[in-house]
Design a protein around this ligand. Structure first.
Ligand SMILES: NC(=O)c1ccc[n+]([C@@H]2O[C@H](COP(=O)([O-])OP(=O)(O)OC[C@H]3O[C@@H](n4cnc5c(N)ncnc54)[C@H](O)[C@@H]3O)[C@@H](O)[C@H]2O)c1
Length: 368
């Protein structure tokens, strides 16, 4: 299979974790005789420095032509004082919008080796394995421009959805549930919000098309509680933009480290942008301490969702499990009795597990 991947390393630890992602993609290509080509572009703070804008046009054009996009992270204190429209984060929001990335998929899985790292009790977290499907381009964050009225004493934000926006994310969630444990929880606030009542209507209409999936509705406050008291209850959660933003951060405590959480954002053509959930971690940037596993697990999502390479994706996930089982970890996660290694060493362990011919030549090729 031939695929062209655009890499957007960005800022802080972004370039380090992007290198790790690229090495893993190359290892998969070597083992399974695929051909992956790569093209680097600027986004975020580095793009502001190089080209005077957080989202240069050449980045957008390259991303539109790519089979998939990998993004490291954007942002950092260097750019914190810039006006809103010039902030690195504008690059990220802009590319999501330009590519129509409406479906944000965040799997949250508790790894046995890291159960002790969660602030929740081990018996609660153990065996948690859920997927949050968040609507990413509508709702409160994209409503009419927020307004201040009455001399600034009154504020208005707008939560707007068109039926078709709800339909496509609900379809995505049902399809995700079909290839998992076939249980879908639709989260809303239908006792208060009209948008949630339409959300429920759509879910009810759609369920006939997915008879193999059991579906239920849950109010967002109840879902927030259940996520930390009984996370194994959930398989797939689908919800609107802001609820998904909050619930997915809450669910991240199950894994014990931000460095373990991957994500995918997909558009209607199956083109996706894959990125770790964490930010640019300026406090450890350039020290080779960044945990690359969230990025490597994002690569597994790319192989599965954009390229349909299920076996290869599973191989990457298994390699991560094996490396953790071997006790290897970066400084952010404490595997009891394990061996602390650098970010690049941890990535190399995963590459070894994937079983590529990881020759010096290969490594050099990946780092150019
Ligand atoms: N998607 C993105 O690009 C994204 C997401 C969140 C934050 N940000 C930006 O990142 C910058 C820093 O934000 P923050 O500090 O709130 O969040 P952060 O995720 O960058 O860091 C939070 C903490 O987690 C640690 N951490 C994060 N990723 C890690 C990894 N892979 N390995 C080891 N430790 C890791 C950091 O060292 C830090 O202590 C800000 O400019 C913020 O706007 C970007």
């Amino acid at each position: 299979m031939e695929k062209h991947i655009v890499l957007l390393p960005g800022d802080g630890i972004g370039p380090e974790v992007t290198k790790a992602a690229k090495r893993v993609l190359q290892a998969v290509a070597d083992r399974y005789q695929h051909s992956f080509t790569f093209e680097n572009h600027d986004i975020g703070g580095v793009a502001i420095d190089q080209q005077g804008t957080p989202l240069p046009e050449d980045t957008v054009q390259a991303a539109k032509k790519a089979d998939a996009i990998f993004l490291g992270a954007v942002g950092g204190p260097k750019w914190d004082q810039l006006p809103g429209h010039m902030r690195p984060e504008k690059g990220l929001l802009g590319i999501r919008k330009q590519l129509g990335l409406f479906a944000n998929l965040r799997p949250v899985k508790a790894f046995n080796q890291l159960l002790h790292a969660s602030p929740l009790k081990q018996e609660v977290v153990q065996a948690s394995d859920l997927l949050i499907v968040r609507e990413l381009t509508g709702g409160l964050y994209f409503g009419q421009p927020s307004e201040r009225r009455n001399n600034g004493e009154e504020v208005v934000d707008t939560l707007a959805y068109e039926r078709r926006e709800i339909e496509r994310i609900v379809d995505q969630a049902f399809q995700s549930a079909q290839v998992r444990r076939k249980h879908l929880t639709s989260v809303d606030k239908a006792n208060v919000l009209e948008s949630s009542r339409m959300w429920r209507e759509v879910v009810e209409e759609k369920k006939a098309a997915y008879p193999d999936v059991s579906v239920e509705h849950m109010l967002v406050d109840a879902a927030a509680m259940k996520l930390v008291t009984n996370p194994t209850y959930f398989d797939v959660i689908v919800t609107e933009n802001m609820f998904g933003d909050i619930l997915s951060d809450e669910a991240s405590v199950l894994t014990g480290s931000l460095g373990m959480l991957p994500s995918a954002s997909l558009n209607e053509n199956g083109v996706g942008l894959y990125e770790p959930v964490h930010g640019s971690a300026p406090d450890i940037a350039g020290e080779d301490k960044a945990n690359p596993l969230a990025s490597i697990l994002s690569v597994a999502m790319m192989l599965k969702h954009s390229f349909g390479l299920e076996e290869e994706a599973e191989q990457v996930e298994t390699a991560v499990q094996e490396v953790l089982s071997g006790g290897y970890h970066t400084a952010d996660i404490d595997v009891k009795g394990g061996t602390k290694v650098s970010g690049s060493e941890l990535a190399a362990k995963v590459v070894d597990q994937i079983g590529s011919n990881d020759t010096t030549e290969n490594i050099m090729r990946c780092y150019v």
